[in-house]
Design a protein around this ligand. Structure first.
Ligand code: GTR
Length: 331
């Protein structure tokens, strides 16, 4: 896959003048201000193989379904995992990717285009996915139904749903370590949009992810708060208050008062690798702001430590994104 050039109109894009510098340890600030404290605990206690189909997708992959049981302080969380392994050969590196839909719908539902399982398997990679709503419902009112209800409440602010989904990515990686045919030493967290925000937070917190990939993650993901355009804190906290700590709304319209910006989130993952994908017409995610965050984070990484592409088109995760991601991961 050849690298795509930047759109002409972006050549003169400039970094905001008031970006906080790289170098400080800012993970605590991101925790307190935006995503919330992830409580310790949550232990994989059971991983039961439900079904196995060998040689699906014209022989490219073996398809496995598991039920994972994760013991949390106040009860068990059960997750249905769908895994595709490349057929034959050595244990494969694994993409851990949350799905917006049920796992069966990744095979032939409306969003199946986001899951080019055959191409990924032919490239020698495994993919493990779970429906993100099994980890935590995406609903400001559903406080009792997800993993956050399985941990005792603490004095501080509750963790947001983005942090809960990030926690889920780590539990999926725990499970991947018990699946024959996966080499969990090379694990790659991938997420699109709100799940791209979760992938980045998982990459920051869980050092087992060798690579973290954000696709069109936008506000509170890869794009800079201080670059104007697209979704801002007022918009995101009014529609999705459950994603973050409740006090984050205090920064609505006051982006310049935040102690951090998202290039520092990307840099927090270094020296492990990061890849950011944007789409030119995805104005709500502010693709220019995502690109500039990569530019600003680059000094924290080695030469090939952080990568980026922008493709034509809108908000989606398509095969071209996957092919670019595969290229980066292989390098
Ligand atoms: C939008 C939201 C974005 C992005 C997107 C998605 O409505 O404003 O932050 O996360 O949803 O997840 O598709």
């Amino acid at each position: 896959m050849t690298e795509r050039p930047l759109p002409d109109a972006w050549q003169n894009a400039e970094l905001p003048g008031d970006l906080p510098p790289l170098g400080a340890d800012v993970i605590g600030t991101f925790t307190d201000t935006i995503y919330g404290h992830t409580p310790p605990g949550g232990q994989l206690t059971d991983l039961v193989l439900q079904s196995r189909e060998d040689g699906v997708l014209d022989g490219a992959a073996d398809r496995l379904r598991h039920r994972a049981v994760i013991a949390c302080p106040l009860g068990n969380l059960e997750l249905d995992l769908l895994t595709h392994l490349p057929t034959g050969g050595a244990p494969a590196p694994v993409f851990v990717v949350l799905s917006f839909t049920g796992i069966e719908e990744t095979l032939e539902g409306e969003q199946a285009r986001r899951w080019p399982y055959a191409a990924i398997a032919r490239a020698g990679y495994a993919v493990l996915t779970v429906d993100y709503r099994q980890i935590e419902p995406d609903d400001p009112a559903a406080t009792a139904a997800g993993v956050r209800a399985l941990f005792p409440t603490t004095d501080g602010e509750p963790w947001g749903a983005v942090a809960a989904w990030a926690w889920g990515l780590s539990r999926c990686l725990d499970a991947a370590g018990h699946i024959e045919g996966i080499d969990p030493v090379t694990a790659i967290a991938v997420g699109h949009s709100r799940l791209g925000k979760a992938a980045l937070w998982a990459g920051v917190q869980d050092e087992r992810f060798a690579v973290t990939v954000s696709n069109d993650s936008g506000c509170c993901g890869a794009s800079l708060f201080r670059h104007p355009g697209g979704e801002d804190i007022a918009a995101i906290t009014s529609r999705f208050p459950h994603w973050f700590v409740p006090s984050f709304t205090a920064y609505a319209g006051r982006e310049d008062k935040l102690a951090v910006d998202q290039h520092q989130l990307l840099a927090s993952i270094a020296p492990r690798r990061v890849y950011v994908c944007s789409a030119e017409d995805d104005a709500w995610a502010d693709p220019v702001g995502e690109y500039l965050a990569v530019v600003a984070a680059r000094p924290a990484f080695g030469a090939d430590g952080i990568g980026y592409h922008v493709r034509p088109g809108g908000h989606d995760l398509i095969e071209e994104d996957w092919l670019q991601i595969l290229d980066f991961v292989r390098r």
